[in-house]
Ligand binder design. Structure first.
Ligand code: NAD
Ligand code: GLY
Length: 366
């Protein structure tokens, strides 16, 4: 009997349901695979050298009964490319991968997206297990089945919905995560609280110090509650026909900023953070949020060292960049706005002057 039975899990109840195991030791994944896959002979672990150095040995301990090959991908967003996908395919064939091979994506969101897309396409689809090792990957990217590579025309242009067979989340992998990477995950997790869980927002407020000190039990609760929000939303709308778009809160603003700055000088988490503040200001202008609530969001982001404004940017230029947002319909900008804390709406009613005003609130020196 697999010890996975004793682990905490949250089920994604989408077209193909799958469990998200929480607090699942890397060493025990093998036992779970034994219980789930009868004719599994070969495993490909796709990971990067930093993560492998830290965690490959622990994962391998449970996989001694299988033929295992590692495929290493250097760190960095640029690795989410068709070139890398092609190289992975060559390497996978060289080590005898076939339809009965299973892919383990061991790493952050870059590895999850790339290895996931590889698994979706190799031999028309082979089983995938997500083993997320960054906070962002644990609370967000490993759940929901979005996999993709980038193209010169844009981020995640080539992708698929390809749900994993399971998500195997070992909280202890977060111990080694640099704070800059923690910030990226915190921004998404705070976003989850704003979208659908005011209690989680309060938890961030009351537990901020323990979170900053990396208290293990507090982190466990933070990740679990955040995962619950994501699971609930993707279970209801796996293919983003409606509600899943809410997960883009702050991202229309954030992406515009990241694009304007050529992805330099602003991390994704920082872009999301400023985007959340801009969205909150816009919501306030639309009567959806009080000034006190906007201040509360700013205060919280500040506590974690996340930025709430940016200098040296041209609000008009940023507004123009929002024209390219994938959510827009027929030239109309579609924005996700918070409605108080813990609720969110999709708005087609925001005018360019209103959006410009929101940018002015977060761009310093205007
Ligand atoms: P990442 O995967 O680049 O990882 C960040 C860095 O952390 C890497 O350098 C990696 O080597 C290092 N790292 C990973 N785990 C570590 C650990 N435990 N200890 C020490 N270092 C570790 O970044 P990310 O923020 O995890 O993911 C970003 C990617 O996720 C983007 O490509 C984004 O598009 C994607 N994403 C996808 C979805 C989705 O739904 N599929 C959602 C959000 C983001
Ligand atoms: N991160 C947005 C989504 O999964 O839909």
């Amino acid at each position: 009997m697999s010890s996975a039975k004793k682990l905490q899990k949250i089920e994604v109840t989408a077209a193909k349901p799958y469990p998200v195991f929480l607090g699942a030791p890397l060493e025990e994944l093998g036992e779970y695979l034994h219980s789930q896959f009868k004719d599994l002979g070969h495993i490909l672990i796709i990971t990067n050298p930093v993560v492998a150095e830290l965690y490959a040995e622990r994962l391998q301990k449970g996989l001694l009964d299988y033929r295992v090959n590692f495929l290493f991908v250097p760190a960095g967003e640029t690795e989410k490319s068709l070139e890398r996908l092609s190289q992975l395919t060559t390497a996978a064939l060289r080590c005898g991968s076939d339809r009965h091979t299973l892919v383990i994506a061991l790493g952050g969101g870059v590895i999850g997206d790339l290895a996931g897309f590889f698994a979706s396409a190799f031999m028309r689809g082979i089983p995938l297990i997500q083993v997320p090792t960054t906070l962002l990957a644990q609370v967000d990217s490993s759940i929901g089945g979005k996999v993709a590579v980038n193209h010169p025309a844009g981020k995640n242009i080539l992708g698929a919905f390809y749900p994993p067979r399971a998500v195997w989340t070992d909280f202890t992998t977060l111990d080694s995560l640099p704070w800059g990477e923690v910030e990226n995950g915190l921004a998404e997790s705070i976003k989850h609280s704003l979208i659908a869980d005011s209690g989680l927002f309060e938890f961030f407020e009351t537990q901020a110090e323990s979170i900053k000190q990396r208290d293990a039990s507090i982190w466990r609760e933070m990740v679990t509650r955040s995962v619950s929000v994501k699971v609930r939303i993707v279970s209801q709308d796996e293919r983003e026909q409606g509600e899943r778009a809410l997960l883009n809160l702050g991202h229309s603003f954030g992406h515009a900023l990241e694009t304007k700055m050529n992805y330099r000088g602003v991390t994704h988490g920082q872009g999301v953070s400023i985007g959340l503040v801009a969205a909150a200001h816009l919501a306030n202008a639309k009567g959806l949020m009080t000034e006190a609530e906007v201040d509360g969001i700013k205060r919280l982001l500040n506590i974690f060292g996340l930025p709430i404004s940016i200098s040296g940017q041209d609000p008009q230029g940023l507004l123009q960049l929002m024209k390219a947002d994938k959510k827009n319909q027929g030239g109309r900008k579609i924005l996700i706005l918070p409605q108080g804390i813990g609720q969110t709406i999709i708005s087609k009613e925001c005018t360019d002057p209103e959006i410009l005003d929101a940018w002015n609130q977060v761009v310093e020196g205007n």
